[in-house]
Design a binder for this molecule. Sequence first.
Ligand code: HEC
Length: 121
Amino acid sequence: MKKKLIYLLILMLASACSWENEETFYPEAENCDTLDVSYAMDIVPVLSNHCYSCHSNANAPDFGSGNAFEDHADVSASSSLIVKVINHMEGIPAMPKNSDKLDDCTISIIEAWVNDGSPEN
Ligand code: HEC
């Protein structure tokens, strides 16, 4: 009877360890902060790094097929389309064009901001 209890204890300890490991293996999902997303602090840097080479006001006519996402009003007006293209939805062009898909956390942050009504905050 005592042996069984010891086995049970070992089993519990072992599963506690693997639970901890799971957190260290997937730190990004754990640390992805989608609360209080700011347009200036969170969204513009992503657009600047991944989109403005084609979608700044200056580059849009030549490289972005006329779609400029530098002014808040333009980003806001196209926000639901932006969510679709960064999720690589079928039937529309996948963005950023000719580059890797944005990472999951970055996509979640953009989605959270759009769901908030894409404020200029
Ligand atoms: C290398 C240039 C390039 C980059 C970088 C780029 N785009 Fe584009 N984007 C284009 C072009 C060109 C089009 C026109 C459609 C096409 O040719 O695929 C387009 C179209 C779009 C459209 C309109 C889609 C439609 O159906 O009308 C959206 C929205 C968009 N891009 C968002 C983004 C976002 C957001 C990023 C950054 C995450 C980005 N793009 C990065 C070149 C680019």
